[in-house]
Write a protein that binds this ligand. Sequence first.
Ligand code: E4P
Length: 220
Amino acid sequence: MQFFLDTADIAEIETALDWGMIDGITTNPSLIAKQGKPYLPTVREIARLVPGPVSGEVLATDYAGMIEQGHRVASLADNVVVKLPLGPDGLKAVRTLSKEGIKTNVTLCFSAAQALLAAKAGATYISPFIGRLDDVGEEGMSLIEDIVAIYQNYEFATQVLVASARHPMHIVQSALLGADVITMPFKVLEQLYKHPLTDVGLDRFLADWKKTGRSFDDEK
Ligand code: E4P
């Protein structure tokens, strides 16, 4: 299972890369806007930093505009994946870009029917937003279960990229369901490492050893 970081914050990306746990990055217009920096240069900077796939989203909403912007996003670096929104124009653009060998990530997926369309269009990744479904009282995780089953039934090559993750259980449940990738905010990556018993256990180990008065290097 691949872990992507869902951010445009360079400091967060550098820290996560240093921890060695991140395989790629997803960005979106809201995340880039938060950085107060220009759009394309931000995606380019991230793509240079990260060896794996980096999703950069188009801002156009019509087919011609998405193709024009998609080409510009894709030309930023070899590892850039063009992110396009669901809808007839977006999926038509996915089909065109896929035929040209450009990798695509279909974003804002909220139903299994939408995921089926994205796979038929030849998307590299489908991004179902589970947190936003949970927010409106739906069960985000059952959407992942449905998409994984549908893609397996027909052996679609499209990878399930779980998006809008909000807490560690989203990661664990996605792994249990066999999702290919999950993208998460930096805060959730940090939470994955934590368990109160780990902290308590370490404090006790160190306190017990300290009581002996010996050091790590003592030979006798
Ligand atoms: C995915 O690619 C999106 O950038 C992201 O996961 C959206 O998450 P949010 O619902 O927390 O904004």
